[in-house]
Design a protein around this ligand. Structure first.
Ligand code: SF4
Length: 325
């Protein structure tokens, strides 16, 4: 079986993707996922969505992929126990210690490694499987051949994003902390958990500073002008039959911070494509080319708007930061 997960950045989006054929929706807990609060859910919303999904014979998977401090670990396990008790089918986790704790204390839960685990090779996968991972999410730079080898030698579930960067760069998704340097604002939520604005790993939002206009100077000499540090991922489809043939058994539609309309259309497109691929030996994907191109363009436009907004926040912070001599 191939599990297709789609994002629930808002309750409306979660309901829309389930209606469009996602097997599961993944949603972030307020203050505990790598997105800003506006794309995360309260406990009340989470409970409602779990009941809604169950009534459709579908699942909710919960994103708790920040890096908890020692004082936050008891809160972490209390929250995941609560969600599992309500019927959540699985959890996306970054922190290895918390992953082990989750496996020991909530053994019925499925555990997805988050992108923050920074997998780069088969030995990382083996280690995470030993810590209790049910699915490992692989970075989008791995080839089909590498994925097939990992699946064959580890036996663990393989999850991939349905978007990837055009180049095989080595920035490790989920490990970047650049935004944290631009914001020191910190507060406690009503449960006493720290929220660090600007730090995705500590309950805030990434400010997308890699997409700003960087300049590299050394000894007064300008080496590079107007560069972005990371290329942006785009939706992909063409290689999907090969990925599924390689043993990928969990697909993740991206877009928790995009519009409901766009995520709904992307989910519909992939649902149809996956069903076609799984039902025939030589699937003809050409009818998907045009809707895919349209979704890619809408994705690019929405991403541009979001990046401008977040980078603007980072630049505003940088302007008032004390200068280092
Ligand atoms: S600043 Fe860029 S590379 Fe770093 S976490 Fe944000 S999007 Fe990723």
């Amino acid at each position: 079986m191939v599990l297709m997960m789609a994002p629930g950045g808002t309750e409306e989006m979660a309901r829309a993707v389930l209606a469009e054929g996602a097997d599961a929706v993944y949603i972030g807990v307020m203050g505990w996922s790598r997105r800003g609060a506006v794309f995360e859910m309260s406990d009340e919303q989470i409970r409602r969505l779990i009941d809604h999904a169950a009534a459709m014979g579908k699942e909710v998977r919960i994103v708790v992929n920040t890096m908890p401090s020692s004082t936050e670990v008891p809160m972490f396990i209390e929250r995941v126990r609560q969600y599992a008790g309500w019927g959540a089918a699985g959890f996306m986790v970054s922190d290895i210690g918390c992953m082990r704790l989750l496996r020991d204390q909530v053994p019925e839960a499925q555990v997805h490694t988050s992108v923050g685990c920074g997998i780069t090779n088969v030995e990382d996968v083996r280690f995470l499987a030993e810590q209790g991972a049910t699915y490992v999410v692989l970075p989008y730079r791995l080839s089909v051949r590498e994925i097939a080898e990992i699946r064959a030698t580890t036996g663990v579930g393989i999850e991939v994003f349905l978007f990837k960067t055009p180049s095989g760069g080595k920035i490790c998704p989920g490990k970047c902390m650049m935004s944290s340097y631009f914001s020191f604002k910190r507060e406690l939520d009503e449960h006493g958990k720290d929220l660090f604005h600007g730090s995705a790993g500590r309950g805030g939002d990434c400010l997308r500073v890699c997409q700003s206009h960087w300049r590299l100077n050394a000894g007064g000499v300008s080496l590079l002008e107007d560069m972005t540090i990371k290329s942006n991922p785009a939706l992909w489809l063409e290689e999907l039959p090969a990925y599924l043939g390689a043993g990928v058994n969990c697909l993740k539609v991206p877009g928790r911070d995009r519009s409901v309309e766009l995520v709904r259309d992307i989910t519909r497109l992939y649902r149809r494509a996956v069903d076609l691929i799984l039902s025939t030996d030589n699937p003809n994907l050409s009818p998907f080319a045009e809707p895919l191109a349209t979704c890619r363009e809408r994705w690019r436009t929405e991403r541009g708007r979001r990046d401008v907004r977040l980078i603007g926040q980072a630049e505003q912070i940088a302007r008032v930061m004390p200068k280092v001599a």
